[in-house]
Design a protein around this ligand. Structure first.
Ligand SMILES: C[S@@+](CC[C@H](N)C(=O)[O-])C[C@H]1O[C@@H](n2cnc3c(N)ncnc32)[C@H](O)[C@@H]1O
Length: 398
């Protein structure tokens, strides 16, 4: 890398493949450049926005040879230097899903050493109007979105990925707060939260079952997501009545509820006290569910100390950082028949699948869902099984 400061310079780039994070990869004088607002195969003029010892970042500001998949972004706030909320408004929705499939399979190969062809399943939308929870930044009372990797506020009067029934929080001032969030539930009830007002609770309905959740607590943001993921988990695990199950990172009890309805005694573990309190209410009719509040690793350690040696099924839905080696070891030590791993970050998934692989668990199936249209985010469900019926157990991992 030369010592020359390139930030602000406009350079010509031949855009290469997509990479995780909402950008494509190009090279400028031998240096890697992560280019936003571009598509694979395009020739662009791009402005360098960041420079460090390892790579450059850039925004495509003029498209010299457009990809056939390029479209005019539906949102007027999408583009270089504008709203940082979306990554792929300039690609048609079929191309967005192809890009995401490439990212998942490349990430599995690069990080996990796993060869897998991935097809992204669509929730049947056009990528717009899905976000039931949307947080906006507020600066000097004005709501908006930050520009990408910046604290520059871009004022917007409408967000096209927000659900159309979301409460309008953009049409007014919010003095004295740093953020405002709009929420619309599956029943059409709305809530507004600020950093000083938690906004109460909402009820979400999945497969006819009601889930109470804090307005600001974790709930999937695409209206089709809870049902889609429950279907993927249940069809992957194929629970048999009487089989024992763990729901790790269980939130307000989404997966525990339907595993229990399928006749499985479930131990659900969740760190957030409010979520567990809501889960207790949501699952009160299901006596086979035991709820534990605390860190998954620590609760599993305690349970092992109290004699828990085996479970038949595990669903885990960890945060973006993944489960990590210790939790994966504890799961494998319980020798489950099947594991359903629900993942919102393909890199963390790949890291954890590699560990599962070393402990004797292989991928029986992997599905990926486009539940975050216009953005680079992807939700995956991997079903794992002991390879050849053999489980190495935790002792195999050093
Ligand atoms: C992706 S959400 C999944 C929630 C739930 N499965 C659902 O679908 O609604 C991850 C959950 O893990 C919880 N969590 C994060 N880290 C944790 C940890 N170390 N131990 C226990 N829970 C944790 C968060 O509070 C959050 O509820």
């Amino acid at each position: 890398m030369t010592g020359e400061n390139l930030v602000g310079t406009v350079v010509e780039l031949e855009v290469g493949p997509v990479a995780h994070g909402g950008h494509c990869v190009a090279r400028y004088e031998g240096q890697v450049v992560f280019v936003r607002h571009a598509l694979p195969g395009e020739l662009v003029h791009a402005r360098i926005t960041e420079q460090n010892a390892k790579y450059l970042r850039a925004d495509a500001v003029q498209i010299l040879t457009p990809s056939p998949q390029r479209i005019e972004p539906p949102c007027p706030y999408a583009g270089p230097g504008l709203c940082g909320g979306c990554d792929f408004q300039h690609a048609n929705v079929v191309e967005q899903r192809r890009l995401k499939a490439t990212v998942v399979s490349d990430t599995l190969r690069r990080i996990g050493g796993i060869e897998r062809t991935v097809v992204i399943e669509s929730p049947g939308d056009d990528g717009l109007g899905w976000r039931t929870r949307q947080r906006y930044a507020v600066v000097d009372g004005r709501p908006g979105m930050y520009a990408h990797r910046s604290h520059d506020l871009i004022q917007i009067d409408k967000c096209l990925i927000a659900h159309p029934d979301s409460p309008d929080v953009l049409g007014r001032r919010w003095p004295g707060v740093a953020s405002v969030q709009s929420v619309v539930s599956s029943e059409g009830k709305t809530a507004v939260l600020t950093d000083s007002d938690p906004g109460g609770r909402v009820v979400e309905v999945v497969r006819g079952r009601r889930f109470r959740v804090e307005a600001g607590g974790f709930w999937q943001v695409h209206p089709a997501a809870p049902e889609t993921l429950v279907d993927a988990v249940l069809s992957g695990l194929e629970p048999v009545p009487g089989e024992t199950a763990l729901d790790l990172y269980s939130g307000v009890g989404l997966f525990a509820a339907f595993l229990a309805e399928a006749g499985c005694p479930v131990l659900a573990i969740e760190g957030d006290k409010d979520a567990v309190r809501n889960a207790r209410r949501n699952l009160h009719d299901l006596p086979g569910v035991t709820l534990e509040t605390g860190d998954v690793d620590r609760v599993l350690n305690t349970a092992a100390g109290q004699g828990l040696e085996h479970v038949d099924l595990v669903v885990l839905d960890p945060p973006r950082t993944g489960a990590g080696k210790d939790v994966v070891r504890r799961i494998a030590a319980l020798t489950p028949r099947r594991v359903a791993y629900v993942a919102c970050d393909p890199a963390a998934l790949a890291r954890d699948l590699k560990i599962f692989g070393r402990l004797g668990y292989g991928i029986a199936s992997l599905r990926a869902f486009d539940l975050f249209g216009m953005t680079h985010h992807i939700e995956c469900v991997a079903i794992l099984e002991p390879v050849d019926g053999e489980v190495a157990g935790a002792g195999a991992l050093r």
